[in-house]
Design a protein around this ligand. Structure first.
Ligand code: SF4
Length: 421
């Protein structure tokens, strides 16, 4: 059968969909590049906020509109949180919660009552990018952040063995993959369930030593799970100079009510140590505004702290009350208009900081990994420290790493010139 796969939300969801795509292909199915060519559409849903739930519903509806004949499998966090709502959406034939997600290729069987699909006119493009692969190394979390529904939906922390991850990454390298991004619900806890006290370091060391992967990137790292010596790993230039350290609030009292195991002082110290060890490092973060009890002073403290840290980019979320979480029962709810106003202010700060970060690199030579040429003829690519660069070139650049001079900022985007053909 032809299977179309899509995901919303975090990189962990994306990595899960990539794994499913590989499993379907290995089982002899065709991974379709477009839902209109599919017998079955699989959507890995998200429920991190109420807005993510809405987007998940809309994505299912859009798939059903694009191909009313397709059977849809709603998988993942929204399917776990709200299975009845999912089942009622148009075209949904399977609702697969997180606990059964790894069995998706077995649960989703060819739909019985379909007329045979015409053969595709051309070989459909799989959704896998040869350039960058998201590798799920861990799932679940043992922390107790009071706002977090992910912990409830994904269960306790479990890790894949180091040897499995190494084998997967080396196999991807042999297909031409240039960059792997390690993902997990709580990457810092990697290996604890396997009896590895310093598991994430051990995994990174193994990947750098036992694979030929040109670039290794880490997704989100909780800021209390790292000791200072961790940053010595960046002596190896294959490790991307980007750290996503979710802070969530720059106000200590709010952090305490969120159940976060860090303080602003500890966070600032960690960022300082990382920056001293890793020149050119991009430090990005997540911030929630309008958490219950966040008054004007607390918001101002959070804003001022973000100013002081000078992030390379912030993902700003307006607090969303998630059923079943401890924060849903906290007093001091901030009304919607105020939450949205605070989110706007914080996003403006993020845009200013991101622009300043990009400006720092104008004139420098950096390595860029190029993606697909866009319809306007420009090639987009990413540096190790997550600067998005575009260039105009006749050469085929897709999936190549090149030394590139960053010439200028145009309309907020870095324009580069490839230094080698
Ligand atoms: S660390 Fe906190 S926010 Fe992150 S998954 Fe665990 S409980 Fe949720």
């Amino acid at each position: 059968m032809n299977v179309y796969l899509d995901s919303l939300g975090c990189r962990l969801n994306q990595s899960e969909v990539e794994t499913m795509a590989r499993q379907f292909a290995a089982a002899g199915h065709i991974v379709a590049g477009d839902p209109s060519q599919a017998d079955v559409c699989i959507i890995n849903t998200c429920a991190v906020t109420a807005s993510a739930e809405r987007k998940s519903r809309r994505r299912v509806q859009a798939l059903s509109q694009a191909n009313p004949q397709a059977c849809i499998a709603a998988v993942g966090c929204y399917a776990t949180l709200n299975p009845a709502q999912c089942a009622a959406l148009p075209g949904v034939a399977w609702v697969i919660p997180n606990a059964e997600k790894e069995q998706t290729t077995k649960i989703v069987t060819p739909p019985p009552l379909r007329s045979p699909a015409p053969p595709p006119l051309h070989s459909p493009a799989p959704p896998l990018s040869r350039t960058r692969a998201f590798i799920k190394v861990q799932d679940g979390c043992d922390n107790h952040c009071t706002y977090c529904v992910t912990r409830l939906l994904r269960g306790p922390s479990r890790s894949r063995p180091v040897s499995d991850v190494v084998a997967q990454v080396q196999a991807l390298v042999e297909t031409g993959c240039q960059e792997a991004v390690l993902t997990g619900a709580n990457l810092c806890s990697y290996g604890r369930d396997l009896g590895l006290p310093d598991g994430l370091r051990a995994l990174i060391v193994a990947l750098l030593a036992r694979t030929d992967l040109p670039r290794l990137r880490l997704s989100s790292l909780e800021p209390w799970g790292l000791d200072e010596s961790f940053f010595d790993l960046w002596e190896n230039a294959r490790l991307c100079r980007q750290l996503h350290l979710p802070l969530q609030s720059g106000c200590d009292e709010t952090l305490r009510r969120m159940g976060r195991r860090t303080t602003t002082t500890e966070f600032a110290r960690l960022v300082g140590t990382a920056r001293a060890a890793i020149p050119g490092l991009a430090v990005t973060s997540d911030l929630i505004v309008g958490f219950p009890g966040e008054d004007e002073d607390a918001f101002r403290a959070s804003y001022d702290f973000a100013v002081a840290i000078e992030f390379a980019r912030l993902h700003v979320f307006s607090y969303s009350r998630r059923p079943g979480t401890a924060a849903a029962r906290l007093p001091g709810r901030v009304d919607r208009a105020e939450r949205q106003a605070r989110a706007r202010v914080m996003r403006e700060l993020s845009a200013e900081q991101a622009l300043r970060f990009r400006q720092r690199f104008v004139g420098r030579e950096m390595t860029v990994l190029w993606e697909h040429r866009r319809p306007d003829g420009l090639w987009p690519g990413l540096t190790g420290n997550y600067l998005r660069v575009v260039t105009r070139a006749e050469d085929h650049l897709h999936n190549r790493l090149t030394n590139t001079r960053l010439l200028a900022l145009q309309n907020g985007h870095l324009v580069g010139e490839v230094m080698e053909a």
